[in-house]
Design a protein around this ligand. Structure first.
Ligand SMILES: Nc1ncnc2c1ncn2[C@@H]1O[C@H](COP(=O)(O)OP(=O)(O)O)[C@@H](O)[C@H]1O
Ligand SMILES: [Mg+2]
Length: 357
């Protein structure tokens, strides 16, 4: 490894990145797709870049993977500047695009052979490397079938395998589970966790699925309209919502529960709502029996009690003032899923295969 490679725990750094797409033929002022984005990704973590459709995820990942020069700001990957040292960066990263890149008329193995060829592996090196990545994504048994016979999930796995062919230590995945059914998605999460756990690979992935970011990622940045609105572990972000809520419904005509629950240590707020109460606390499970007991002692009978954990949905709503939209699936993406560089910027050349030609 070259001495320019940083030993820093931050393997990806973005500092005040901005990307402005020029105004189109119809005029206008241009799109500020990425609007001053700063974050760090630590070695060996699964980092999720979460945001609704059009938030700026693909644009950011295009900058980090050297396919697009930022209008301003700076990004480094493995300590290397993505504009100054684009070829060195590219050698160290694996990249899986949002749109399908596999050739349907070839077998899975043939696709991987082509990919390995792009990285200059010798024929003797290629075969064992291909076996290794096929095994990782559990496609060994179907490697010699045409990709046209693969399911959507199998295609995605093949594309992940292709992104791993040169043994990168940092992998970028743009909406890797887009359009997969829940089972396919869960399977994909297994492979991604496996990369982190067995190889210490750093994974940067974008997603617009809240649940995916919550369950899969060690840390996430939430992006909306080109700006990061929050960064942290899913747990930290949810903790900002003031912890759990206990919803309590008392029997009709029962006495006032508010003074009773206010006296319980750990209840931080009591809100009255139609026909019941909402109690805020750090950990709801621990307080359920205390609330029941206190009500019983006061002679108030409880009809219903539920613990509600905050979700990333609520975090998003709280931070942006608008609800998260998960239904969009990329309708306003360019057809090939890649983005051309802004005309006035220094242009980083795309790798042959991913050039979007
Ligand atoms: N090549 C392009 N030219 C002009 N505008 C673009 C281009 N690519 C994306 N955009 C716009 O930039 C914004 C961010 O897009 P994108 O990075 O693709 O978001 P995401 O991946 O989060 O859905 C959107 O408003 C989108 O319409
Ligand atoms: Mg996108």
């Amino acid at each position: 490894m070259s001495s320019t490679v940083s030993d820093s725990a931050d393997v990806i750094r973005a500092d005040d990145l901005r990307v402005v797409y020029p105004a189109g033929k119809r005029g206008g002022t241009g799109t500020r797709a990425v609007d001053g984005v700063t974050f760090r990704v630590r070695r060996g973590e699964i980092f999720g870049f979460l945001g609704p459709n059009g938030a700026g995820k693909t644009t950011t990942i295009s900058v980090l993977t050297t396919l697009l020069a930022p209008s301003s700001g700076r990004a480094t990957v493995a300590g290397l500047d993505t504009t100054v040292s684009a070829p060195e960066v590219r050698r160290r990263i694996g990249l899986v695009f949002q749109s399908s890149t596999a050739d349907s008329e070839l077998t899975g193995r043939e696709n991987l052979t082509l990919e390995a060829g792009l990285y200059g592996f010798s024929p003797a090196e290629i075969a064992p490397r291909i076996e290794e990545v096929l095994r990782r994504v559990e496609l060994s048994a179907v490697a010699d079938r045409l990709v046209s016979t693969y399911s959507g999930g199998m295609r995605r796995r093949l594309e992940l395998a292709a992104g791993l062919i040169h043994d990168p230590k940092i992998v970028f995945l743009d909406e890797p589970t887009l359009g997969l059914d829940p089972q396919g998605r869960a399977g994909f999460w297994r492979y991604i966790r496996d990369l982190r756990d067995t190889e210490g690979i750093t994974v940067f992935l974008t997603t617009h699925y809240l649940e995916e970011a919550d369950q899969l990622c060690d840390r996430i940045a939430i992006i909306d309209h080109g700006q990061i609105i929050a960064t942290g572990s899913p747990g930290e972000l949810k903790d900002r919502m003031g912890g759990d809520t206990l919803s309590v419904r008392t029997a009709p005509g029962a006495g006032d529960l508010e003074p009773v629950v206010r006296a319980i240590p750990g209840i931080t707020a009591v809100l009255r709502e139609d026909g019941g109460y909402r109690l805020k606390c750090a950990r709801g499970d621990a307080l359920v029996s205390k609330v029941v007991l206190a009500a019983q002692t006061a002679g108030i009978s409880i009809e219903q009690l539920a613990v509600h954990k905050p979700s990333l949905d609520e975090v998003f709503l709280e931070l942006t003032g608008h609800a998260y939209r998960e239904e969009g699936t990329g309708a306003d993406e360019p057809a090939d899923g890649t983005v051309p560089p802004p005309a006035a910027s220094p242009t980083a050349t795309a790798p042959a295969k991913h050039g979007g030609a």
